[in-house]
Design a protein around this ligand. Structure first.
Ligand code: SF4
Length: 309
């Protein structure tokens, strides 16, 4: 039997919960086709849930011609929003207010004449949305190692901003290096609180266990980050969406397992994983307080599932 230790902060954040509730509400309230552009949140099981309820999902706006368009929690570029309005679509915007903040700060910086460097993941929906504000004056920085490939800006107005779900420590390293190059650089830390607290919790948990299971989808940036942090500390960390992805040999010689979940991971995914672990290796939950706290915070989503069934 293995001992399970939960991270103090894990699973759904309020921004994700809000987006799911708004999308479910749109399906309940509006007649006609309701379509989500991209994934409502980066979690396979949540995406499948909406598909089963008859909510459409498209990767590009040109495939949505009528009905209601749901903008995901990660936001959309101003140009695409305008296109959607011109098509006459009813728009339900579930963009997380903290992603909206990144858009507002970026607009302000551009208005004040700054060249903006965005520390973000290439291809991520949030990054697409922010870059779309002004592709010519926003420069994407994917990794610390890429700093040397950024264009050199001769005038002093350079600003650094970040995707909400990037690594806190990694962003600090980027800030330090950028300050060496541009001592006057303006830095706006837009990493959200949910990301910050989940990363702090895994920093605390990982040194105390033999292995960390991060429950979340591969497409979830914040889940990937939790896995990377855990792996760098305890040496063994896996990101799994579903029990079928577990390789039981991971648990050979393991006594203590840490559990965390990305900000877009619903509680039924956590519960499913616990049941599988119980059946597969046998578990004893060591810190049930953390578990109870999370179960309470997941409750509104459960209610929502029942409403839309
Ligand atoms: S992870 Fe942060 S930015 Fe993303 S939805 Fe949650 S609170 Fe909002």
């Amino acid at each position: 039997m293995i001992k399970i230790f939960f991270a103090k902060e894990l699973g759904f954040c309020w921004g994700v919960e809000r987006a799911i509730n708004l999308a479910a509400q749109a399906k309940n309230e509006f007649a006609g086709q309701v379509t989500i552009l991209k994934e409502i949140v980066h979690n396979r099981q949540v995406v499948d849930f909406f598909k089963k309820k008859g909510v459409g999902q498209e990767d590009t706006l040109d495939k949505i011609e009528s009905g209601t368009l749901v903008i995901s929690a990660h936001g959309l570029s101003p140009k695409l929003k305008e296109e959607a309005q011109q098509k006459g679509l009813r728009i339900v915007d579930t963009t997380c207010p903290l992603v909206e903040n990144v858009h507002s700060f970026t607009r302000e910086l551009l208005r004040d004449g700054y060249q903006v460097i965005l520390y973000g993941e290439p291809g991520h929906d949030e990054v697409h949305g922010v870059m779309g504000i002004d592709e010519a004056n926003i420069h994407l920085l994917a990794e610390y190692e890429d700093i040397e490939h950024l264009p050199r800006f001769e005038h002093g107005k350079v600003a650094l901003i970040t995707q909400t779900t990037r690594g806190v420590k990694a962003f600090q390293q980027v800030c330090d290096k950028m300050k060496e190059i541009y001592p006057e650089i303006k830095i706006v830390n837009t990493i959200c609180d949910a990301t910050d607290t989940r990363q702090a919790a895994i920093h605390e948990l990982a040194p105390t266990v033999d292995l960390v299971l991060v429950i979340g989808s591969q497409s979830s940036g914040n889940s990937q980050r939790l896995r990377d942090i855990a792996e760098s500390i305890c040496g063994k960390a896996y990101l799994v969406d579903h029990p079928t992805q577990i390789d039981w040999s991971w648990f050979d010689g393991v006594d203590k397992v840490g559990i965390t979940a990305g900000a877009s991971t619903p509680n039924f995914a956590v519960e499913g994983m616990l049941k599988a672990l119980q059946a597969g290796v046998g578990i004893d939950v060591a810190n049930s307080d953390a578990k109870l706290f999370e179960y309470k915070s997941f409750a509104p989503y459960k209610k929502n599932v029942q409403q839309t069934a």
